[in-house]
Design a binder for this molecule. Structure first.
Ligand code: COA
Length: 373
């Protein structure tokens, strides 16, 4: 059916998926048939990763086995560590991950795709290691051990970052954001990954391309941009005046709006609750109130709602995570959705090659170079 607005392929169905519904009546956001609120309340990120990559929730023994497998695949090859040390410390960590995944594709190539699930598990396991190895090497000169005892990806991430095991509240909060970010149907990065996959390319290429797409501020980069916005204001009053002025100047307010959701992003309620709890824990009296004011103005003035990235920003900030690691955390989560889409695309592949409507000049006669100008 023709969509009302077709710019940017809005409203166009570009294929089928078993993995996710976004904004469907009554269902909101679902992964493999499960409501995001049930998953956020009850599941661990590892259960969700298993669900997306294997199509069913695991039994306890399957989950134990999966967690052990992920733990065993966290180590980084020496050659990759050398590359991470060579990437400048002031590079953007999204570029670091893109390079890291691409390099891994050289030293651990996927081959004939018969072990695609192992490739996916390897990426889930080692992306946090890659990111924090690079970060710690360039910030405090430490060559960290990326093989911690933590069972969860969230615990592993925070342990490597801060050099000590996190509190359960912090671990759980990060775990929940990983669940919320894990999958989102044909969003820009996933679609980019599927286009690459459909040429029968390898998973590392699809993921490197997806990371490049996620990096931009209209997509995953919005959580970092939202933090930059929120921390610009030192009081709710300053935020009120500042955001109104930005709107008057037709500026984009990062962390608001969505291509598919029309009245709310279901992930926002969960992130907002966590942001409030963490704000209380750290005694914040500025950032959370500022966020609430921005959210209210955006709804009152533009009927635009906070998307998943808006309160995710302060959730991460209150846990002491540097802003430039926010979008890379999204990668550490969305790798599950991306890899699931790579496998789904391969299972029933067709080259993705749409047509374009030509709006250029009519056919012209060839002009020899000496007769031009
Ligand atoms: N701040 C201010 N205005 C916004 C806005 C925002 N965050 N998001 C949308 N709008 C406005 C647009 O300027 C446009 O106004 P107009 O009709 O007067 O030109 C209108 O709302 C429709 O937006 P449009 O850009 O056509 O929607 P889209 O579907 O193409 O874009 C996003 C969706 C997500 C790219 C867009 O909402 C956006 O840029 N948001 C900020 C970045 C962000 O948070 N991205 C993460 C998404 S999860």
């Amino acid at each position: 059916m023709a969509a009302k607005k077709t710019g940017g392929l809005a409203g166009i169905s570009a294929g089928t998926t078993h993995l996710c519904t976004v904004g469907k009546e009554g269902a909101g956001l679902t992964y493999c048939g499960y409501d995001i609120y049930d998953l956020a309340d009850n599941a661990s990120f590892e259960e969700v990763a298993y669900l997306l990559l294997r199509g069913e929730l695991p039994t306890q023994s399957q989950l134990d086995e999966y967690v052990a497998k992920i733990k065993s695949k966290r180590g980084l090859p020496d050659a990759l560590k050398v590359v991470l040390e060579m990437v400048p410390g002031d590079a953007h960590p999204m570029d670091v991950l893109r390079t890291g995944v691409s390099f891994l594709g050289n030293i651990e190539p996927e081959g004939d795709f018969s072990n695609q699930l192992d490739t996916a598990d390897r990426l889930v396991a080692c992306l946090p290691s890659m990111l924090i190895y690079w970060h710690r090497f360039h910030t405090d000169g430490t060559r960290i051990d990326t093989e911690t005892d933590d069972d969860s990806v969230a615990g592993h991430f925070l342990h490597m970052l801060h050099g000590k095991a996190p509190s359960e509240m912090h671990r759980k909060s990060l775990d929940t954001t990983l669940i919320l970010y894990a999958e989102h149907e044909f969003n820009a990065s996933t679609f980019a990954g599927r286009v690459i996959t459909a040429t029968l390319s390898d998973m590392h290429s699809a993921v490197a391309g997806a990371i490049g797409a996620l990096r931009g501020p209209l997509h995953g980069g919005a959580n970092e941009a939202a933090m930059e916005l929120i921390s610009r204001f030192d009081s709710p009053e300053a935020a009120d005046a500042g955001v109104r002025e930005m709107l008057a100047n037709k500026a984009l307010i990062m962390g608001f709006g969505h291509r598919v959701y029309t009245t709310s992003d279901p992930r926002n309620a969960v992130n907002k609750k966590m942001s409030k709890a963490l704000a209380d824990e750290v005694g914040d009296t500025v950032l959370y109130p500022v966020s609430e004011v921005v959210e209210k103005i955006m709804w009152d003035e533009k009927k635009l709602f906070a998307n998943a990235d808006f309160y995710a920003a302060t959730v991460y900030h209150f846990m002491g995570i540097p802003t430039h690691l926010f979008t890379p955390i999204f990668v550490c989560s969305r790798i599950t959705g991306w890899a699931a889409h790579v496998m789904e695309q391969r299972a029933d592949n067709k080259l993705i090659r749409p047509a374009a409507e030509y709006i250029g000049p009519a056919l012209k006669a060839w002009t020899p170079i000496e007769e031009r100008g």
